[in-house]
Design a protein around this ligand. Sequence first.
Ligand code: GLC
Ligand code: CA
Length: 553
Amino acid sequence: MEKKWWKESVVYQIYPRSFCDSNGDGIGDIKGITSKLDYLKELGIDVIWLSPVYQSPNDDNGYDISDYQAIMKEFGTMEDFDEMLAAAHDRGIKLVMDLVVNHTSDEHRWFIESRKSVENPYRDYYIWRPAKDGKEPNNWGSCFSGSAWEYDPETEMYYLHLFSKKQPDLNWDNPKVREEVYEMMNWWLDKGVDGFRMDVISLISKKPDLPDGVPGINGYASFNEPANGPHVHEYLREMREKVLNRADTITVGECSGVTLEEAKKYADSDGSELNMVFQFEHMDVDADGTNKWSDKKMDLRDLKEVLTRWQKGLENIAWNSLFWENHDQPRSVSRFGNDGKYRETSAKMLATCLYLMQGTPYIYQGQELGMTNVPFERIEDFRDLDSINAYHELTGQGVFSKEEMLRYLRYKSRDNARTPFQWSDEEHAGFTTGTPWIMVNPNYKEINAREQMSREDSVFHYFQKLIRLRKEQEIIVYGTYELLWPESREIYAYTRTLGEKQLLVICNFTADQVPFKVPEEFLQGEILIQNFRDAAVNENMTLRPYEAIVLMR
Ligand code: GLC
Ligand code: CA
């Protein structure tokens, strides 16, 4: 297998609004990030993925961009950005920008022009359609509730927005749009950024006839309907030639609705498109059919089936990215582990289970502390438009009661990942001296970076060790994966193999004691890492709640 630095790297995602506030306005900012680079260096990560910092009216916290070449005022200035980039590079840390080009903000200059008239030179930068039988052109839903079409009285036509109505979709079939995007990307590369995480890049190419899809619980077809459209690979290859090949970049496509077969094209190791994709099948194991709003617990066998299919499916063909969390997902320890008595143990177990697979690890801010979901009480506690819109839509339609919906939000809302980073036990978790834009998780007195950095057996130090191990043991990066014991509902066990070497990863996903028979060839193995201080390996072991052990032979 071909060796690449981006396969050997660990990426850390920063959600700037919630990371660190330097000026007391309650909103995280770029200077705040710069002040914490030493913390990230100590953790040992190689690359930062920065969620959007561009100028934006913040309908969707920066994922609605009104100027791709300016910095959001609340986050600072372009000078602050340049300083941060230089300071990261000084520490050997690379920086990946979030590229949000499926759509812009409706306040972007292009859209302001586009909506003026059908003759406007920017008209064709977006997707406009006349009404069909006096209604929306098709039944597509927005990711954030309601129809994906907004009627614009100015020209009496509808525009498409797969996300909020303040996020109109760009028309990628227009070569001028593509040229503008490539030019802008090149401008950032010239500045010295190291790559791009591409927001919902699987959605950029729509079928020309925009066919209806199957309606979901709110009556609309999924926003994922256009996923993997007819020209998406052609456009990414063009981007590869006109932009990405100019530098040694790292690229990851957020590919909602991607299948394994499609991923092989997006992340083909021939280097013609992207380095890797984010796929979401393992984020659906606790969905209720196609509906994410549920508090169903996953069946471990489903998780193993999905992750194993992706591990084996991309082997020697493409490359996986490994994530439990990001700014769109609840906290993994609350979702797949245990955020009560076994919080630390299960946070370490989850990290062991995922980050010893083949692929590039992504850590979301706070995950390295085992930060948990948030005890939001009322709908007013939420800030995320996805959560707020879904609450009103689904309770309004009588699909769920208010109590039910609040329960689901507490479990699944994106805001669980967006509360301030817990730096210390000081007021507002040391995130700000002002009033934070969203509530702080009240557990910050107990769960915070300062405490964990001072304690040897903390989740932080465990992540640090896991990251170090990746650098020392090639097998963790390049070894092949084999699942053991697929039918167990309690244990996730697999091996990695590289040449003569082999790893055995054993993880107990339950709060119970579970017997495990260690394969004979590993009985004399060395313990590479474990989340209990003492573990005796013998043929018939009893794993303790959320225990994880990695053996090497
Ligand atoms: C992606 C982002 C999400 C955003 C959406 C629209 O899924 O990760 O946060 O709301 O795209 O840009
Ligand atoms: Ca600030």
